[in-house]
Design a binder for this molecule. Structure first.
Ligand code: SF4
Length: 248
């Protein structure tokens, strides 16, 4: 009599997740010392344009990633989270960079009206519960926007410190492949991309904003302060949640 079939205790979903995590580790090994453009090209080869997106805040350092991406393929979809609390200057900067770099598929994603009416009717959630505010204005909209994609690219750098200091170049975030082409980049590398491509600066940079997010949660940085110290100043919060949550 044939022996009964052995059933794995691992579910199909766990198998897929395990395979993807192994793929991420392999890619990370291959791309550990690669230039940002090589990382983006490899992501494109691995997934194809229809399954890959860049996520950009169009902040003070965003043009560097967008320039490198545009040199590889300006039609890679770019997701921009328009939270409803952004500076006019950021919205204008988005339009400037679309025109300057020839970006062909920038998607401005907003929170759902019904969610805002239900959870933030007074527009004061940023003050009473900033984590909940980020969840409905950033994390949930990003989950909707990323639904069709199997991988995403972002512009975080290790030199920004905190949880970012140890990130790999490629990782499995629990739902998708995540490419961090600037993980190894130095501040000087970013400045060199701006200078050599003559990229326009974010309009608020010269006013003392080294990092720009939503209006209520962004302040100027003093000389010598860390570049992200103006974000959620006075609070323990340092991340909005899109890089610390599984976006699914
Ligand atoms: Fe709300 Fe501030 Fe988060 Fe923007 S950064 S979504 S205003 S808590």
């Amino acid at each position: 009599m044939a022996a009964p079939a052995q059933h794995s205790s691992v579910s199909p979903a766990q198998d897929v997740s395990f395979d993807a995590a192994v793929t991420a580790q392999d890619l990370d090994r291959q791309l550990r010392d690669a230039a940002p453009g090589q990382v983006i090209a490899a992501a494109l080869r691995e997934l194809g344009r229809d399954r890959l997106a860049v996520v950009s805040s169009f902040g003070t350092e965003s043009a560097a990633l967008l320039k490198v991406m545009a040199d590889v393929d300006p039609a890679i979809p770019v997701i921009f989270l328009d939270t409803g609390w952004l500076f006019e200057e950021t919205l204008a900067y988005r339009d400037t960079l679309i025109a300057t770099l020839g970006l062909r598929d920038v998607r401005s994603i907003q929170p759902l009206d019904e969610t805002l009416r239900r959870d933030d009717p007074q527009r004061d959630l940023w003050f009473s519960d900033p984590d909940a505010c980020c969840r409905i204005r950033k994390v949930e909209p990003l989950a909707r926007a990323l639904a069709p994609f199997a991988g995403w690219i972002n512009g975080r750098k290790r030199f920004q410190g905190g949880a970012r200091a140890a990130m790999p170049v490629v990782e499995w975030d629990g739902a998708r492949l995540k490419f961090n082409p600037f993980a190894n980049a130095s501040r000087e590398d970013i400045e060199l991309i701006y200078a050599s491509a003559k990229l326009p600066a974010h309009p608020l940079l010269t006013s003392g904003f080294l990092s720009v997010g939503c209006m209520p949660c962004t302040s100027r940085t003093a000389p010598g302060e860390d570049e992200r110290s103006g974000r959620w100043r006075g609070k323990a919060k340092t991340e909005c949640g899109i890089h610390t949550t599984v976006i699914s």
